[in-house]
Write a protein that binds this ligand. Structure first.
Ligand code: COA
Ligand code: ZN
Length: 323
């Protein structure tokens, strides 16, 4: 069986559930560790193979992640076959990720200098140097060699503090993190400012620069253009897409940012386009029910599971073979 650090090869595109991290980071009510794990398990049963399960941040900054070590450690131990990722915003967070033994970590820095200072309390240049240091720590220890190190370039498509973020700035930082050894790079629309023409242009150039290094999309639906932006990134050649179940999500330092794009609707779009995601949309319902029952006061988004699949809908993923 391939290691969870390898991506399955029988899918045309990879969707990644970031709800247990991005979806929960603004939610005041703390979800019990078991509930988080039950959610992840239920979604794994629908075919999901990649999860960002928590952030390694100080508990006084985001109390929701006070149980991060337990969530990540138990997800690795108890849910076979999935890639367990955690967000680490600094060297200390990366060291915790290495200690816990996650399959992948996502570092974060912002293209917008003001957002970087607000989010991680250091200059963008320092954040890039720290990222290079994290890659060095991983490379120096043979026990850590299989851990993938990704980096999200927050505000790559716009910033609530600075407004427009020039494309050349995002591409410049991309080149720096590739040179530092990133295994994959996210170009998130952290605050939901992006529009399709902008996305198509940035992803075409970024995919070209990155070569074999995956460039991952991460859209928020704050202004209703989330799935339109997915489509534009598909046209540019993107193959990796973040989303969260029921569209939970937001950034504490991006005022007004609302949910990630809705996982269920993203899978429907991709399958409708003939792209195998490996996910059974109907089976996502069980995971959604866990989120609905445990977070009754949070807004839940999404159309496809409310409306139901179109009569006679044939997903690209062969669900019978997947049984
Ligand atoms: N996990 C746990 N504890 C950590 C930590 C981490 N990743 N990083 C730092 N700490 C601890 C330090 O050990 C120190 O503890 P002490 O006071 O007992 O000595 C304390 O926190 C302060 O450390 P410092 O390095 O000064 O951190 P900071 O206060 O400058 O905060 C970040 C830096 C990166 C930890 C903080 O800004 C942060 O968590 N940002 C992430 C925000 C986020 O998640 N945004 C959403 C994602 S886009
Ligand atoms: Zn996000």
């Amino acid at each position: 069986m391939p290691s969870p650090t390898d991506r399955p090869t029988d899918r045309d595109v990879i969707v990644r559930e970031v709800g247990p991290r991005d979806g929960l980071q603004l939610v005041k009510e703390t979800l019990p560790t078991d509930t988080k794990l039950n959610w992840i398990k239920a979604e794994a049963e629908a075919g999901m193979v990649e999860f960002e399960v928590c952030s390694f941040v100080p508990p006084h900054i985001i109390t929701q992640f006070a149980d991060a070590r337990a969530v990540a450690g138990r997800a690795v131990e108890e849910i076979p076959g999935i890639r367990v990722m955690a967000l680490s915003p600094n060297i200390k967070g990366a060291e915790i990720a290495f200690e816990v033994g996650v399959h992948a970590m996502n570092y974060v820095l912002s293209v917008s200098k003001t957002h970087n200072e607000a989010n991680v309390r250091r200059s963008r240049e320092q954040s890039i140097l720290d990222f290079a240091e994290i890659v060095k720590i991983r490379n120096a220890d043979p026990k850590l060699k299989d851990i993938k190190i990704g980096v999200g370039l927050a505000t790559a498509l716009g910033c609530t503090l600075e407004g427009d973020v020039p494309e050349k700035d995002a591409l410049g930082v991309l080149e720096e993190v590739l040179a530092a050894g990133a295994d994959e790079v996210l170009l998130p629309d952290t605050v939901g400012y992006a529009h399709p023409t902008q996305v198509r242009s940035l992803f075409r150039k970024a995919l070209d620069i990155a070569g074999d290094v995956p460039i991952i999309t991460h859209f928020h639906d704050t202004r209703g253009l989330g799935l339109a932006n997915v489509y534009a990134s598909l046209e540019a050649g993107a193959k990796h897409f973040d989303a969260s179940l029921a569209g939970l999500g937001g950034c504490p330092f991006a005022p007004g940012a609302t949910g990630n794009i809705v996982m269920e609707d993203l899978v429907f779009l991709l399958e409708s386009e003939g792209l195998k995601t490996g996910i059974d949309i109907e089976k996502l319902r069980a995971a959604r029910e866990i989120v609905e029952a445990s977070l009754p006061d949070e807004p839940k988004h999404g159309r496809i599971l409310k409306a139901g699949l179109p009569k006679g809908f044939k997903p690209a993923t062969n669900l019978i073979a997947a049984e």
